[in-house]
Structure formats: structure tokens, C-alpha cells
Design a protein around this ligand. Structure first.
Ligand SMILES: Cc1cc2nc3c(=O)[nH]c(=O)nc-3n(C[C@H](O)[C@H](O)[C@H](O)COP(=O)(O)OP(=O)(O)OC[C@H]3O[C@@H](n4cnc5c(N)ncnc54)[C@H](O)[C@@H]3O)c2cc1C
Length: 374
């Protein structure tokens, strides 16, 4: 391969999407993947999660020809949020005059689509160690070793909750409804899978750390029973269809997103730059927006600028840092509002949910924020 323009470290969804976007700008990319040992290959498990993606992410992935089929990208036709003292809020796609409020995308299906597209792109080379390049983009996720080696602070606040993710079949179809229940700081989400007629859901249950060992040690049947109770049997009787995987939750923001170390330029993107609570389903949407902006800035650069030009990279940092901070803070405020104990807070949040439900303009604005610009 000729000299590399950009080295992308980390081949998660953000790293893979960025590689495709940059190759579209005729830049030569080395994509650094973690080497998989033969033993690791045998035990590697598919991600049990499914992501809520907004219209902007969909448009980006469609432009890369990586949007999964209908069965793996289920449209959300309605969203129902239940508070812990009778408060409730519901959004409908028809009421918002949109085709869908968002899409629940199967993670392994999306990863396969990205891999297939990369296989057909001659400007992307898959490598297992980093390659000298005009610019390195770090997409290694929250626990990035490269970010650490660069000496960048990753300012982190740990939430007192862990998310347990799994999948379920219900005896009642989901009807394209995404459901969320808030209860004393804990949040349970059922995200519809397998297309509009499906009866499977991806589950994200954010519970206090202390409850996790007991919940993951329960038999699949016992765990499903706990979820039937927590979900008020909205999908009838439940059967677990995947492993349970736990993620401790945190809010993080890198102090710097771009820089030059030993004369080499670097930039951070995706979870390597920021992490947020999954309650609003925004982490990957925000990471894909980073990738889109970086590709736009690099693709549109003046002809005399190198891709590692710091002035150029500052445009990317300026464009993304503020937007991500707003999203991280909004998610954090929501988390705090639902975690506070005491009758006053309980009353306030439940009154707030029902109040918003009755205020059409505010509700419309909230729905548009969640759906992303169209
Ligand atoms: C329970 C849960 C539910 C979520 N739900 C949603 C949702 O509904 N919607 C949404 O938008 N977001 C959601 N998110 C957030 C989403 O998971 C992340 O924002 C997204 O995965 C970030 O992608 P990434 O590519 O930046 O990082 P990652 O997915 O962490 O990928 C990083 C990649 O880099 C690799 N890597 C790390 N170090 C190295 C190294 N040294 N060398 C080479 N490779 C390396 C890793 O192996 C990995 O492949 C959720 C998160 C959680 C925890």
C-alpha cells in the first residue's frame, strides 16, 4: 500500500464508519484492529445489545450502504415512558408526522454490514499494529490505551449503576413500541427487535451495582420473572434468549480532543472522547456525528493543508466538543432527576412527565431532539 494518510486506532462502529467516510474522500486509511487469538476467536461472542439510532445516523449509514435490512433495524413507532409514581409520557411517530421515532439496530448485523463495505474498499487496509500516518484518529472506546499514553485526561464521573443487557422473547408482540420504566433511580428499557411484527426485545436494565451479582446469578427463568414484574407484564410472559452482559455506567469527557505529540498529529472520536449514560440512547449517535464531522473537515480542507494540520483539527474539535457536552449534560440531568430520593423529587419528576405529555409543543421539541435533525 502507498503511504497512509490516516491511521484509525480501534475498529468499533465509529472507527469502521470513519474509515469508510475517509476513503470516500480519497484518503488512504490504515484501520488498526485488535489481533484475535485462535482461542479468542472460538470464544468471541456477538454483542447482545441493539442500539437506538436516530435519523441522522441512519442517513449516514445509508450513504455508506451499511444500513441493515428491516429485520435488523426495527422502526420505533411509539415510545412509552413510565415514572415511579404514575407519571407517564408517550410519543407516537404518527403524531410527530414521521415514519419512525428512531430505529433499533442489531449490533452484530450493523458490524457485518460495515465489514462487508470495508472488504470492498481498496483505500482501507486492515492492520493489527499502528502505522505511521499524517494523522492518527483514536477510536478505541472508553478504556483507550492510546489516549492514556498521549497523557489526555478523561474526566470521569462514575454512576452508581451498572447496565445489564440481554434479549427476551415475549408472548405478546412489541408492536414497534420502545418502553422505558424509571423506578427509584433504576431504569429498564425494552427496545423492539426483529421488525415491526416481532416479539423480541433488547433489554437494558440499569440497576444499583450492589444488585448486579444476584441478578446475573439468577437462572434465566428467574431473571425473566423479575423482568416480567419490572415491566408490568407489558409483553406477557418472557423467555430469555441471550446471555446477560454487564456494563458499569459513567459520564466522561476527554480534556483535549486533538493535539500533536512528538510531531505527530492525533484526534479522538467516539467513546474514546466521551461517554454518557445509555438512558437516552445517544452514545453511538454522537460518535457517528464525530466521524461525519471529522471526515467533512478533512475532505473539505484547503489543498495546501495536510490532514494532520492542527488548524484543521481545531475546526473538528470546536464543532463537536460543545454539542457533545450539551448531550452529556442533558442525559446527566435526566439521570439525576430520576435518581433523587424523597417525596418532593418523586412528585416533581412524575408531574413533569405527565405535564410534558400534555404540552404538545414541548413534547414535539423533545421528540425532535431525540430523533436528531432530519
Ligand atoms: C448498555 C449500553 C447500551 C447502549 N445503548 C446505546 C443506544 O441505544 N444508542 C446509542 O447511540 N448508543 C448506545 N450506547 C453507547 C454505545 O455503545 C457507544 O457509544 C459506542 O459503542 C461507541 O463506539 P466506539 O466505536 O467509539 O467505541 P467501542 O464500541 O468501545 O469500540 C472501540 C473498539 O476499539 C477496540 N480497541 C480498544 N483498544 C484498542 C487497541 N489498543 N488497539 C486496537 N483496537 C482497540 C475495541 O476492541 C473496540 O473494537 C450504549 C452503551 C451501553 C453500555
Amino acid at each position: 500500500m502507498k503511504s497512509t494518510d490516516i491511521c484509525i486506532r480501534g475498529a468499533g462502529i465509529v472507527g469502521r464508519a470513519l474509515a469508510l467516510l475517509l476513503s470516500r474522500e480519497r484518503l488512504r486509511v490504515a484501520l488498526v484492529e485488535r489481533p484475535v487469538s485462535p482461542a479468542g476467536e472460538a470464544t468471541a461472542r456477538a454483542d447482545v445489545r441493539a442500539y437506538a439510532l436516530n435519523g441522522t445516523s441512519r442517513a449516514l449509514l445509508e450513504s455508506l450502504r451499511c444500513w441493515p435490512d428491516l429485520a435488523a433495524a426495527t422502526p420505533v413507532l411509539r415510545m412509552e415512558v413510565q415514572g415511579d409514581r404514575g407519571g407517564a409520557l408517550a410519543f407516537g411517530a404518527a403524531e410527530q408526522q414521521v415514519e419512525a421515532l428512531g430505529w433499533i439496530v442489531d449490533v452484530p448485523a450493523l458490524e457485518r454490514r460495515l465489514d462487508d463495505a470495508i472488504d470492498y474498499q481498496p483505500l482501507i487496509e486492515r492492520v493489527t499494529t499502528s502505522t505511521p500516518a499524517r494523522l492518527s484518529v483514536v477510536c478505541e472506546g472508553r478504556a483507550s490505551e492510546t489516549r492514556l499514553a498521549l497523557g489526555v485526561d478523561y474526566v470521569t464521573t462514575a454512576y452508581p449503576h451498572t447496565a445489564i443487557a440481554t434479549r427476551l422473547h415475549g408472548s405478546v408482540p412489541h408492536g414497534g413500541v420502545a418502553r422505558q420504566w424509571f423506578s427509584c433511580g433504576e431504569i429498564l428499557a425494552f427496545l423492539p427487535l426483529d421488525g415491526p411484527q416481532g416479539n423480541s426485545v433488547a433489554v437494558v436494565w440499569s440497576v444499583e451495582h450492589a444488585r448486579v451479582p444476584r441478578l446475573v446469578a439468577l437462572s434465566p427463568e428467574e431473571f425473566a420473572k423479575e423482568l416480567e414484574i419490572a415491566s408490568h407484564q407489558s409483553m406477557g410472559s418472557l423467555t430469555l434468549s441471550a446471555d446477560r452482559v454487564a456494563w458499569p455506567l459513567q459520564r466522561s469527557m476527554a480534556s483535549r480532543w486533538i493535539g500533536q505529540t512528538d510531531g505527530r498529529s492525533w484526534a479522538l472520536a467516539g467513546d474514546a472522547a466521551h461517554a454518557m449514560h445509555p438512558l437516552a440512547g445517544q452514545g453511538l449517535n454522537v460518535g457517528l456525528a464525530d466521524a461525519a464531522e471529522l471526515a467533512r473537515v478533512l475532505g473539505g480542507r484547503e489543498y495546501w493543508r495536510e490532514p494532520g494540520d492542527l488548524r484543521l483539527l481545531r475546526r473538528y474539535e470546536r464543532a463537536r466538543q460543545g454539542a457533545v457536552m450539551t448531550m452529556t449534560t442533558t442525559t446527566d440531568i435526566l439521570q439525576q432527576l430520576f435518581a433523587r430520593e424523597g417525596a418532593v423529587w418523586e412528585g416533581l419528576r412524575n408531574w413533569g412527565l405527565t405535564g410534558v405529555d400534555q404540552l404538545a409543543p414541548l413534547k414535539g421539541w423533545l421528540a425532535r431532539q431525540a430523533m436528531g435533525p432530519r
